[in-house]
Ligand binder design. Structure first.
Ligand code: ADP
Ligand code: ZN
Ligand code: ZN
Length: 730
């Protein structure tokens, strides 16, 4: 038989299947096995992705597999199918797909084994007769193991001495075996199971009866989505199937895992990037062996080796972390749809603020839509007050905190409660803004905000690459108060200390969270200190449930709104809704202060009214008129190489071919340009990009063309990455 093998070499040129003979001492069906093969004059690792009877490879060229590297297939058949799908539809290299399915931590780690001792009853009498009356310890060991049939070697040897145990093992009265230990400790907390509300029950039923299309679970914060997920999973387990549950950030995985552990015990495995190599190994194999039937994890857990899936759930489906923006680039939703289809199981996309693209599919009937518009305990949503920061400036308040926010902070602290101040920063670039009239420089060609590049002192459009001089005077009102619209966490903490010298202030951002444990440590301290204030970036927005937090202040909402991305409004709406949801979660009512320079912006108005539907209607109309997703596709081809000339040449060749090709689509092709990437060089690799935007109707043909073009133009030392609707074009 012939094996189709993908070799473990990171290069596009060898990213194809190579045929190898399967020698007679190996089993015929090697699909999914990791093998050692001759390649050139080396021996390297490879993966068998298919078996066939014949090959076109001439007999004298055909080499044989040297050996298998494990005693079991390491890649499930389902995932091999997925690798091919990802290559065909998402233009990923097979080896990239394989590395997702078999992470390096799995390949380079071992089980942790523990020595376990048992007694051989048949030899006890004979052994006892050899002991002198003075040797006490061997007798104690026998007594110990008569009462308790197995014990760890280490326990016995510390108690009775190494040499005693070793001698008894030698004699054969003790028998040693090895037991696998799990390095991940799963917490045991108590579970409160709720009687489902009617809305929740309806949601569960609807999800379970929709196998052929994904279900969007659109439920406001506090509507009880988690309870719905857990009920669905319970039903799935009852029918002997398994479940995959994805949550956005690593920081949230442990929290969700705790809730799931409490309900489902040991059948839960967690997968996220904060696990150590050993921990990841253990969880991965517990899933592989079928010991864990529920996987809770971050994005990459979508590739978990879980068999017989009965449901896939993507919680907070709008979250940007589901789009992998470094190699390999993929959208988790697409992978989930593939796996759900292969397993013929439901896929749930849950959110209080679904992504515009997802909601569009729900509205058009492509997805099943389930709504939970009210909170379970009928707690009101906290009111959101919008503060006009331009007015504050005109009134002479040049501080980053409005008088209203300060008043509310005083009130909160006086009541012994807690406040969270959100600094909207991470992942967003800086822009310039007039503090008096809120004018923001935009690209003359693209109608997006320009990004301020401090090092060069220029403004750049991240969509077309055009450069503009950085302004010092406002062209609208003439004011010279043009400032960088971005605030640091540290600055806010300083200001707060002046106003609240006796109140504990905690800080949560990339600078304060430098270790794996710092995050939960800071949150733990904040949770235990009342009154207090927590200042932080995006890290403070997610999931937390602090009952004493009654005030949420959004210091600078606009940073995400004026981000250059076409998703800026959407992201802002989602973010504001999420932060607001941190206030007033228990019996005390919450309050939200949102500071902005554009108080009339519809994003804020709809957000303050908790009116997602209205926001969506406005946004989807805008996307249709301005031709952005889901009505159009944005593709970026990122060309990178250490050799600047080679990268430039290939970019040129590709853009010429695409320009020619573009002609046949006329007006359906909205934009096509090649440029230097805004970040010219990363890790010594020069970066060029081709950005195009075209009607969603011609998506398949254009993508096929791009794919062919890239196949024909593979060049040594130059990589080209294809990104669909990227969040960042940096
Ligand atoms: P979401 O994920 O939609 O924001 P949660 O699942 O966190 O909402 O639920 C909000 C709160 O309501 C939680 O404290 C949860 O324990 C509680 N809850 C959920 N379902 C019920 C129910 N059927 N009856 C009573 N309380 C519930
Ligand atoms: Zn101005
Ligand atoms: Zn532009």
């Amino acid at each position: 038989m012939i094996a189709e093998v993908i070799v473990d070499v990171m290069s596009s040129e060898v990213d194809r299947v190579f045929d190898y003979n399967i020698p007679s001492f190996l089993p015929d069906n090697l699909t999914g096995y990791r093998v050692l093969v001759p390649f050139g004059n080396r021996k390297i690792e490879g993966y068998v992705v298919g078996i066939k009877e014949t090959t076109d490879c001439p007999e004298d060229k055909l080499k044989s597999i040297i050996s298998t590297l494990d005693s079991y297939p390491i890649i499930l058949d389902e995932l091999i199918g997925l690798m091919h799908y990802m290559k065909d539809k998402m233009y990923l290299r097979l080896i990239d797909g394989i590395r997702l399915a078999v992470p390096s931590q799995i390949r380079n780690s071992k089980d942790k084994l523990e020595r376990i001792i048992t007694l051989d009853d048949t030899k006890v009498a004979e052994y006892m007769s050899t002991l002198s009356s003075r040797s006490k310890n061997p007798k104690l060991v026998i007594e110990y193991l008569t009462n308790q049939p197995t014990e760890k070697y280490t326990t016995l040897s510390t108690r009775y001495g190494n040499s005693v145990i070793n001698k008894m093992l030698e004699y054969g009265v003790l028998i040693e075996s090895k037991k696998r230990v799990n390095r991940v400790s799963h917490s045991q907390s108590s579970d409160t199971k709720h009687q489902l509300t009617d809305l929740q029950q309806k949601a569960v039923n609807s999800i379970l009866s929709n196998h052929d299309k994904p279900t969007v679970l659109f439920g406001v914060t506090g509507s009880g989505k988690t309870e719905v997920y857990m009920n669905v999973i319970e039903r799935v387990l009852e029918s002997n199937k398994t479940a995959l549950m994805l949550v956005p950030e690593i920081s949230l995985t442990p929290q969700m895992a705790r809730v799931f552990n409490a309900r489902f015990g040991d059948s839960v495995a967690v997968l996220h990037s904060a696990l150590s190599v050993g921990e990841k190994h253990d969880e991965w194999f517990r899933i592989y062996r079928g010991e864990a039937r529920i996987v809770v994890g971050a994005r990459s857990a979508i590739f978990a080796p879980i068999k017989n899936l009965g449901v896939i759930i993507i919680d907070e489906e709008h979250d940007n972390s589901y789009l992998s923006d470094s190699n390999p680039r993929y959208l988790t939703h697409n992978i989930a749809e593939y796996r759900a289809k292969i397993n013929n199981c439901p896929l749930v996309l849950g959110s209080a603020t679904p992504s515009v693209e997802t909601f569009h599919k729900a509205k058009s009937g492509q997805y099943n839509l389930v709504e939970m518009p009210v909170r379970v305990n009928s707690r009101p949503m906290p009111p959101i007050e919008i503060i006009d920061m331009c007015e504050q400036f005109r009134l002479g308040n040049v501080s980053m905190l409005s008088t209203q926010l300060l008043d509310k902070l005083h009130e909160t602290i006086d009541n012994g409660k807690q406040a969270i101040l959100f600094i909207n920063r991470r992942g967003f670039s800086s822009y310039l803004m007039c503090r008096e009239c809120s004018y923001i420089p935009k690209c003359t060609d693209c109608d997006v905000s320009l990004v301020y590049h401090k090092s060069e002192g220029v403004l750049k459009c991240h969509y077309c690459g055009k450069k503009f001089r950085a302004l010092t005077k406002c062209p609208e009102c003439g004011s010279d108060s043009i400032k960088l619209g971005a605030t640091g966490t540290q600055q806010v903490v300083e200001v707060l200390k002046e106003h609240f010298p006796n109140t504990p202030i905690f800080r949560l951002d990339n600078d304060s969270v430098t270790t794996k444990d710092a995050y939960s440590k800071i949150l733990g301290e904040f949770g235990a200190t009342s009154p207090s204030i927590l200042v932080g970036t995006q890290m403070v927005t997610k999931g937390h449930d602090f009952p004493s937090v009654t005030l949420v202040g959004i210091v600078d909402a606009d940073i995400s709104l004026f981000n250059y991305s076409y998703k800026a409004s959407e992201t802002t709406f989602q973010l504001m809704t999420q932060v607001a949801g941190r206030a007033g979660r228990s019996k005390d009512n919450g309050y939200v202060v949102l500071q902005t320079y554009v108080p009339k912006n519809p994003v804020y108005i709809t957000c303050a009214n908790y009116d997602y539907l209205k926001f969506y209607d406005k946004e989807i109309n805008l996307r249709e008129v301005t031709k952005y997703p889901p009505y159009a596709n944005i593709i970026r081809l990122l060309v990178t190489s250490e050799d600047d000339e080679l990268a430039k040449k290939l970019t040129h060749k590709l853009i010429m071919a695409l320009k020619e090709y573009r002609v046949q689509f006329g007006k359906e092709f909205y934009f096509l340009e090649a440029m230097k990437s805004p970040i010219n060089k990363i890790k010594n690799k020069h970066r060029y990009q081709i950005v195009m935007r075209y009607s969603a109707n011609i998506n398949d043909t254009v993508l096929a063309k791009i794919h062919n073009l890239l196949e024909e133009n593979k060049i040594n030392k130059v990589s080209v990455f294809v990104e669909t609707n990227p969040i960042s074009l940096s």
